[in-house]
Design a protein around this ligand. Structure first.
Ligand SMILES: C[S@@+](CC[C@H](N)C(=O)[O-])C[C@H]1O[C@@H](n2cnc3c(N)ncnc32)[C@H](O)[C@@H]1O
Length: 396
């Protein structure tokens, strides 16, 4: 493909990504993969170049653009070589005209930035879109961080994490046979801190209320030497179904799964009420802490979607609280830096639930900053995804 044809292809893919972001459809990665399947004539160099153009554009444009072309032109405005490819050649983009619209650039819209936690000042913004490293978590049931260090000598330990091993972002770690052998999982440091903050012990009952594909469930099984009783729940069948093969690979046998029907969570969990030692609510959220990995989430953010997340989070925290035995611990976690999903959510919970207390001291020294009655981790301060955590103790 000519360089101009690659640009035009990237524009067409961006059109689909933008439409999907507006409608809440498939994520950018899936759209890109599908677009490449449909263009078998594109070689690996073409694919790499197109991917670079698509993601550089998404990083540059702050909200869903009117068109792929308007988005690409916003990138071309700061790249003369790219702008020169808009020359009207066949298969390339049409020449730039005086009234060609541009998408707006930046981290996020001013309205969205206003919703950030006060700790997320302007000095934090650049890191929120910087390229992320690849973090691994050694599975103690099959391996150790020292073994990962031998397999991936280019990596480094992660401050505060016994099992974490950090690699350059482009490392194809999952192609290493050690992955199929269950020696490690790919898991951002923030999620590893969250699972460790639960501090569950062997013999205890743990409920992971929003287990998804089980990232944190597996970390808990590893940390408890597979000797806790873990119930992993989710309303998303496709995600939850991924947990059994992952647990098998990891050698974890202490996990049961329960697919919940939305709206019937309490009834379906009736047998478990008041019994758990620990509940983790890793709630659905804006994902605003993960923009460096999924920059197109900025394009998906709307006030209505945020309102829905905030309502779901409150509901799930209340269910989590009801599942706990007296004195049990609720770990609330969201990969978000938006105050309504973090500190404000916890304040509201503590207003609704008298007698509960907010814990401290569950993060390693130097990790996270107090954000109300929880803690906020950010890419700049902590070198991981943006994450809000709060550990709350039920009255005895
Ligand atoms: C942030 S993700 C969880 C990620 C997962 N814990 C991990 O570590 O990989 C949030 C999950 O909440 C689930 N969810 C949404 N509403 C739910 C509900 N009412 N009950 C249980 N799970 C729900 C979503 O399907 C999604 O998998």
């Amino acid at each position: 493909m000519t360089p101009a044809a690659r640009v035009q292809t990237a524009i067409e893919i961006l059109d689909v990504i933008a439409a999907s972001a507006r409608d809440g459809g498939a994520p950018a990665d899936a759209i890109f993969a599908e677009a490449m399947r449909a263009r078998r004539y594109a070689g690996s160099k073409d694919r790499r170049a197109i991917r670079g153009l698509v993601y550089d554009t998404i990083r540059r444009v702050r909200s869903v653009p009117a068109s792929g072309r308007a988005a690409m032109l916003a990138l071309a405005d700061s790249d003369a070589q790219l702008a020169a490819l808009f020359d009207g050649a066949s298969y390339g983009p049409a020449a730039i005209t005086a009234d060609d619209p541009r998408a707006e650039t930046g981290l996020a819209t001013p309205a969205l930035i206003k919703l950030f936690d006060p700790l997320v000042t302007k000095a934090e913004h650049a890191a929120m879109l910087a390229r992320a490293p690849l973090d691994l978590r050694a599975n103690r049931l099959r391996s150790s961080r020292d073994e990962l260090a031998m397999i991936f000598p280019d990596g480094e330990a992660i401050n505060g994490l016994t099992d974490g091993w950090r690699l350059p972002g482009e490392t194809a770690a999952v192609q290493n046979p050690a992955y199929a052998e269950g020696q490690f999982e790919v898991q951002d440091a923030a999620s590893q801190f969250a699972a460790a903050a639960l501090a569950a012990d062997a013999g205890q009952v743990v409920i992971d209320l929003c287990a998804g594909a089980g990232g944190k469930t597996l970390a808990i099984a590893s940390a408890t030497n597979d000797e806790a009783t873990i119930l992993a729940c989710d309303t998303n069948r496709a995600r939850l179904q991924q947990l059994a093969p992952r647990a098998h690979r990891a050698g974890a046998t202490s996990i049961e799964t329960l697919l919940l029907n939305p709206g019937q969570e309490r009834a379906m969990l009736a047998d478990q009420m008041g019994k758990a030692d620990h509940v983790i609510v890793d709630a659905p959220c804006s994902g605003s802490g993960t923009w460096r990995r999924s920059p197109e989430l900025r394009w998906r953010s709307t006030p209505a979607r945020l309102d829905r997340h905030v309502a779901d989070q409150a509901k799930l925290m209340d269910i989590g609280a009801a599942l706990l035995a007296p004195g049990g611990k609720l770990l609330y976690a969201v990969c978000s830096i938006i105050a309504r999903e973090g500190r404000a959510q916890v304040d509201d919970f503590l207003t609704r639930h008298r007698g509960w207390t907010a814990d401290t001291g569950y993060l390693p020294g130097g990790i996270g900053r107090a954000a109300g009655r929880g803690f906020l981790l950010t890419p700049k301060h902590d070198g991981c995804d943006g994450f809000f955590l709060a550990r709350l103790t039920a009255p005895c």
